[in-house]
Ligand binder design. Structure first.
Ligand SMILES: Cc1cc2nc3c(=O)[nH]c(=O)nc-3n(C[C@H](O)[C@H](O)[C@H](O)COP(=O)(O)O)c2cc1C
Length: 199
């Protein structure tokens, strides 16, 4: 069983795949957590290492478009915990962005984390060495009270933009969008596993 405590890096090992969970719910054991657990249950035990960041507990600062990343990485990385996220992305084979839907988008701490990835996009076009030279795979897991198909499709757009910034292939999403009407759910991840089977 994986312990989903705050910002925990599990023991190192060279032969296991590394999953980075960017967890964007304020509830440690809410709907988003349950969706994440269903996803992780698809893997055989002991075949992966999980590293988790609880974005609601990190006080990440928002991008202010100060322009400093034209000349290097974001000047805020040293002030909050973004440097740790960068290093965790570098270590990861699979990045799982997990979040509830808030006002048709992402909760503020998740959005701050995604916006700050713009620094890597700027760096790429400034011709500097890439922070993430090795391409990763990424997926989106979301829960919503009343999130219809149109909104679910839309949510792939900012997700793909974020993953593009960190040189990550967006391999699909599992969104449970109707939790206002039901308590239990069983997510289907087969379309995702078709694309991530080689990690
Ligand atoms: C501030 C706020 C805004 C929300 N906005 C939406 C929304 O736009 N669409 C939707 O489907 N659900 C919305 N919800 C409902 C949550 O997405 C839903 O309850 C989710 O499953 C909560 O996940 P959690 O248990 O991990 O916190 C909102 C909830 C909150 C607190």
């Amino acid at each position: 069983m994986i312990c989903l405590s705050a910002n925990t890096a599990m023991k190192d090992s060279f032969y296991k795949k590394r999953i980075l969970l960017l967890f964007g719910s304020p509830h440690h054991v809410g709907s988003t957590f349950r969706l994440v657990m269903q996803f992780l249950d698809q893997f055989e035990d002991h075949t992966y290492l999980l590293e988790q960041y609880n974005l609601f507990e990190m006080d990440l600062l928002p991008c202010t478009d100060c322009g400093n990343c034209q000349h290097g990485l974001c000047c805020l990385n040293h002030i909050d915990y973004y440097e740790e996220i960068i290093e965790a992305i570098q270590r990861a084979d699979l990045i799982v962005l997990a979040s509830p839907v808030y006002c048709g988008g992402f909760p503020a701490p998740v959005k701050a984390m995604m916006d700050r990835a713009q620094q890597f996009y700027v760096n790429k076009f400034a011709g500097r060495a890439r922070t993430f030279p090795q391409r990763k795979k990424g997926i989106l897991l979301m829960t919503g009270g009343n999130c219809g198909e149109k909104l679910q499709e839309y949510l792939s757009i900012p997700t793909k933009m974020f993953f593009d910034c960190i040189n990550t292939e967006y391999c699909g999403k599992a969104i449970i969008g109707n939790l206002d009407n039901k308590l239990s759910f069983e997510a289907d991840f087969s379309h995702i596993f078709d694309k991530i089977s080689d990690i």
